[in-house]
Design a protein around this ligand. Structure first.
Ligand SMILES: [Mg+2]
Length: 370
């Protein structure tokens, strides 16, 4: 790499953060009260820097903060001396050296892309082409919990303008059905995305889907109804029902996406940059669109750093139909200044360079690779 290249990566840093949730986040496979994430900062030779976030969710992806911090220096060293302008090449390399730590790949990729765009003087969504720059509404997640409490939470979000409820199910099918019915009764303008997080057997998923159809509940999507490997289950549900089927845990790579599409197992793919990084997520989006598969985008439990990068894909690539970008609203802290904002359920585009964000506080303990 030329010593004069202004986009050469000269420093990569990471530090752990704790993001408490407003209420416990309960899904079929586990629970989270505090997101133990990691922020990343990449600095270029021209002085531009950018931020990224690793958001490991132990009960969903099997990754955690400790493992991610261990994997970080190995991945970060691969970037030193490389040019951020070659981010596709770097992404591939990170996928190889951190194949078991996709959250690490995602955090470093986000930070180097943010730095690149700040160095170029463009917002991150500008790098992807700015196909669909406008405000968009997200759903809001209602975790698994006692019926009365969930109905009360739903009412509060409804009063703030939220109309799409992403309901976590997959725990106990009768209770799950009752919870959806009760929320609909309390908020009759609501529509639903159901997310079972692999929690149902095929029979339970059929029962849940049948109840939604029987009671004419407005369900837009049924996400990850059965286990990750159970593609036959996906195919059977698609064949039988009228509700579109989405894959989340079943799509963690471009290869996964290709398999799901070839088997005609899904209507919708839910992309998350934490599952396979930013660049591979873009490649999945391209494959899905070329194959007539609809697109959703979501995240793990994360701040506006990771979610801002996902939002940049919506604005930049276009073609995303379902937005599940509510997580920062479920946190009790916002460690970031600037960047995109929320007005009720609507995410606003931003014009500043990169992600347009700064840290509210400088970190005290940092792992530095330079
Ligand atoms: Mg999901």
């Amino acid at each position: 790499m030329s010593v004069r290249n202004p986009f050469c990566i000269t420093k990569v840093e990471a530090w752990p953060i704790a993001l408490p949730l407003l209420a416990p986040f309960v899904v079929a496979t586990g629970q989270m009260d505090v997101a133990r994430n990691i922020f990343v900062r990449v600095t270029l030779r021209n002085g531009a820097y950018g931020y990224g976030e690793m958001a490991p969710f132990p009960d969903i992806s099997g990754e955690d903060q400790e493992g991610s911090l261990q994997a970080f220096p190995i991945a970060a060293k691969e970037c030193l001396g490389q040019s951020a302008t070659q981010f596709r090449k770097l992404s591939q390399r990170l996928g190889e050296v951190a194949s078991l730590a996709p959250a690490v790949r995602c955090g470093i990729e986000t930070a180097l892309l943010d730095a690149l765009c700040r160095g170029m003087g463009i917002p991150l969504w500008g790098l992807w082409g700015g196909a669909d720059v406008r405000q968009r509404k997200t759903d809001v997640t209602l975790p698994i919990g006692p019926l009365d409490q969930i109905v009360e939470t739903a009412r509060a979000w409804h009063a703030r303008g939220f109309r799409i409820f992403k309901m976590k199910v997959g725990h106990e099918v009768d209770e799950d059905i009752r919870r959806v019915e009760a929320v609909y009764a309390a908020c009759p303008q609501a529509t639903f995305v159901l997310d079972a997080n692999q929690g149902f057997s095929l029979d339970q998923a059929r029962e849940c889907m049948g109840a939604m159809e029987q009671w004419h509940l407005p369900v837009l999507l049924f996400e990850q109804p059965v286990a990750r490997e159970n593609l036959e289950g996906f195919v059977a549900l698609r064949r039988r029902g009228t509700i579109p089927i989405a894959a989340d845990e079943s799509v963690r790579s471009l290869e996964d996406a290709r398999r799901l599409i070839e088997r005609r197992a899904v209507d919708v793919l839910n992309l998350k940059i934490t599952k396979c990084g930013v660049v591979e997520s873009m490649d999945i989006a391209g494959l899905a669109r070329a194959s007539g598969i609809r697109l959703m985008i979501g995240g793990m439990v994360e701040s506006r750093v990771a979610m801002g990068c996902s939002w940049s894909l919506v604005l930049g690539l276009g073609g995303f139909e379902f937005l599940d970008l509510d997580m920062p609203l479920l946190l009790s802290v916002d460690p970031i200044q600037g960047g995109y904002g929320y007005e009720g359920p609507a995410l606003q585009p931003w014009e500043e360079c990169g992600l347009g964000m700064e840290m509210r506080e400088e970190p005290s303990s940092v792992i530095v690779v330079e």
